[in-house]
Design a protein around this ligand. Structure first.
Ligand code: NAD
Ligand code: ZN
Length: 250
């Protein structure tokens, strides 16, 4: 889809040495995973469960597992789209130094970006962990335990509360990914936001940090975001078609 904005992005990438991408749920909608805030998004159906409520209430934990299993099939069957593949190509070409994501679907890794280049700010929903001893538990195990009578899975090692390895509202941000994300942001000369509404902290902080540090800032999103006025380039279009054209993948 040639357009002057897309060609401008192409040139910004050519001119950059260290590109950092920041992705939100919008990069995975074309893979069939609904985002939160679009019409038909997850929040039109569910209120988010706050971490304190998850910890305090057995019924909230049960509801949280119910939702997980209701959406798990979609997540497991989803495959990468041109947006994911374009970023993987930029990494392969040595342009993309880091990919900071709010997503929990594992599709960046599935597209070939190595684990050490993907910084997951909100964890990963493809497995679960014990909140007491950190033991890893598989989703298929949790599903088996949950069964038909909705038994809440507890840690087989210590009896602790098991939760998908994601960061919920009210839960503190993981220190190591936050540190790596900051380091990558301050090292970038081009920072590209793809498919994030940029309303949830710390998402809102990284593009500002990049810009204040002298990087060029590009925002690709279907609709305007609160940070468009800060950006050097805003592209209001679908991510797959845009990045597919800009990077030359499909
Ligand atoms: P969000 O739902 O708040 O915003 C997504 C933005 O992407 C919206 O502004 C929407 O207009 C735009 N968008 C959607 N599809 C697009 C497309 N194809 N092309 C261009 N723009 C598109 O998402 P967020 O900012 O990432 O915040 C929500 C939180 O939801 C994240 O923290 C994440 O952990 C979680 N989440 C993750 C997934 C996933 O892993 N795929 C899915 C839903 C929610
Ligand atoms: Zn445990």
């Amino acid at each position: 889809m040639p357009s002057s904005a897309n060609d401008e992005l192409k040139q910004l990438i050519v001119d950059a040495n260290k590109v950092v991408a920041f992705t939100g749920a919008g990069i995975s909608t074309e893979s069939g995973i609904p985002d939160f805030r679009s019409p038909g998004g997850i929040w039109t159906k569910y209120q988010p469960i706050d971490f304190r409520d998850f910890m305090a209430s057995e019924e909230m934990r049960r509801e949280s597992w119910r939702r997980k299993f209701a959406t798990d099939e979609t997540m497991r069957q989803a495959t990468t789209n041109a947006g994911h593949r374009a970023l993987a190509r930029l990494h392969e070409d040595g342009k993309l130094t880091a990919l900071i994501t709010q997503n929990i679907d594992g599709l960046h890794q599935a597209s070939g970006v190595p684990d050490d280049a993907v910084i997951e700010l909100h964890g990963n929903s493809t497995y679960a962990t014990c909140l007491d001893c950190s033991a890893r538990h598989e989703i298929h195990w949790a599903k088996q335990v949950f069964g038909c009578d909705e038994t809440i899975p507890i840690c087989t090692a210590c009896g602790g509360i098991v939760k998908t390895a994601t960061i919920s509202f009210g839960q503190s941000m993981p220190e190591e990914p936050m540190r790596r994300a900051q380091e990558a942001t301050l090292d970038a000369d081009l920072f590209i936001v793809l498919g994030s509404s940029l309303v949830v902290y710390p998402a809102t902080g990284f593009p500002i940090m990049a810009k204040e540090n002298g990087a060029r800032l590009v925002i690709i999103n279907r609709e305007p975001t609160d940070q468009d006025s800060l950006a050097d380039l805003v592209i209001n279009a679908e991510i797959g078609a845009t990045m597919g054209y800009v990077v030359g993948v499909n």
